[in-house]
Design a protein around this ligand. Structure first.
Ligand code: PLP
Length: 423
């Protein structure tokens, strides 16, 4: 590897900014990145997102624009849309949402009026802000009612979901979340949505890549609308897509533009098209399954070391550790692990007695390390580093953290990251 990479024009124009980019390249190369919503995009995705497509305004949709000069842009968007439809097996795809949060807001705009009741999983239980949580616009402008997981199992209680839905009659039911280590039962949600007359939205932002690669069941045909980011397990640029059956296509398109957004980010659309092409290759199926295999192996190794995992393990790419019995707050552990070259985020666990800004848990995931080629045989070492790091966090042993950091950098050097290795 020859890091930092050369960005000649950027270095000449703005050396200060170029230095920051270089430092970030170094950091992403040297550290073990375990944040489950992050990944490494390919060199091809990076290149597509840095093209002159950036320079174009193209409000509207392919063939129906408010600007001329769309000969190429229309084809880029059509390609991205066709690839999304083929990969996920849906009638309709809109690739214009700027990110996951605005994509979800467009769903509200399409199917609900301000003040309507909407239902989603509570944020501290593993849901997302945009599923009707109070501090979010979706919780301020709509009446959010929220379900959770059972305290004894850490799993969604479908009796609770059904009772709440039948009592509250929400316009929308969101399933999916940000800290859910288990398979989502889309069919069970669909039945409840049908019984209660709600539109079911599967927000698969975290698991879209696993679905595309056949490592998690698909929300098709159960969900009315599928919302996803493109930058998590799907390994594309920062962006989002909304997918649906034909009957909802018009409502979704109108909500995204002109309802919520202006011109689409065409360089992002192009990079989404590239990522979808990559995700349609047989090697991406291997990747998706390897992400899950690694997460299961890591969960097993952590359990063997006495860590408490919410729901007792994982079915997907994500592990939620409850550090209460380790006697270390999540934030203290996360910050110590960061000093050890292991990047995680502190996170609430269901029924957390601590505050959201200082919770009991740490959330980890395997998408990034799998993109670098780490396999199940490396997971005992990863668990060992986490274990030693958490112990060092409790005892304040900075030397131990420095030792781990060197060991991590050593292994990472043997597994060059996509987009960061151009020798
Ligand atoms: C990440 C995520 C989002 C939001 O995506 P942003 O691109 O950060 O706005 C929405 N829903 C879920 C479930 C997510 O995990």
């Amino acid at each position: 590897m020859n890091l930092p990479l050369s960005h000649p024009a950027l270095s000449a124009t703005d050396p200060e900014l170029a230095a920051l980019v270089g430092a970030e390249e170094r950091l992403q190369a040297d550290t073990l990145r375990l944040i489950p919503s992050e990944n490494y995009v390919s060199q091809a995705v990076l290149e597509a997102s840095g093209t002159v497509l950036q320079n174009k305004y193209s409000e509207g949709y392919a063939g129906r624009r408010y600007y001329e000069g769309q000969q190429n842009i229309d084809q880029v968007e059509r390609l991205a849309t066709a690839r999304a439809k083929a990969l996920f097996g849906v009638d309709h795809a809109n690739v214009q949402p700027y990110s996951g949060s605005p994509a979800n807001l467009a769903v509200y705009l399409a199917f609900a009026e301000p003040g309507d009741t909407v239902m989603g999983m509570a944020l501290p239980m593993g849901g997302h802000l945009t599923h009707g949580w109070g501090v979010s616009a979706t919780g301020k402008w709509f009446r959010g009612v929220q379900y959770g997981v059972r305290p004894d199992t850490g799993l969604i209680d479908f009796d609770e979901v059904r009772d709440l839905a039948l009592k509250e009659r929400p316009k929308l039911i969101f399933c999916g979340g940000t800290a859910l280590p288990r398979t989502i039962d889309f069919a069970a949600f669909a039945e409840i949505a049908r019984e209660s007359g709600a539109v079911l939205v599967a927000d698969v932002a975290h698991i879209a890549g696993l679905i595309a690669g056949g490592a998690h069941p698909s929300p098709v045909p159960h969900a009315d609308v599928i919302s996803t980011t493109t930058h998590k397990t799907l390994r594309g640029p920062r962006g989002a897509m909304l997918m649906s059956r034909e009957e909802h296509a018009k409502a979704i398109d109108k909500a995204v533009f002109p309802g919520l957004q202006g011109g689409p980010h065409n360089q992002t659309t192009a990079a989404i098209a590239v990522a979808l092409h990559e995700a349609a290759q047989p090697s991406f199926r291997d990747y998706a399954h390897a992400v899950v295999d690694n997460a299961k192996a890591l969960a097993g190794a952590l359990l063997a070391r006495g860590f408490d995992l919410v729901s007792g393990g994982t079915d997907n790419h994500l592990i939620l550790m409850d550090l209460t019995r380790k006697d270390v707050p999540g934030k203290v552990a996360a910050k110590a692990l960061d000093r050890a070259g292991i990047v995680v985020n502190y996170n609430t666990v269901p029924y957390d007695p601590r505050k959201p800004f200082d919770p009991s848990g740490v959330r980890i995931g395997t998408p990034s390390l799998t993109s670098r080629g780490l396999a199940t045989e490396h997971m005992p070492a990863v668990a060992d580093w986490i274990d030693r790091g958490v112990t060092a966090a409790r005892t304040g042993d900075e030397d131990a953290l420095a030792t781990i950091r060197a060991e991590v950098a050593d292994l990472m050097a043997a597994f060059p990251a996509p987009g960061l290795s151009r020798d």
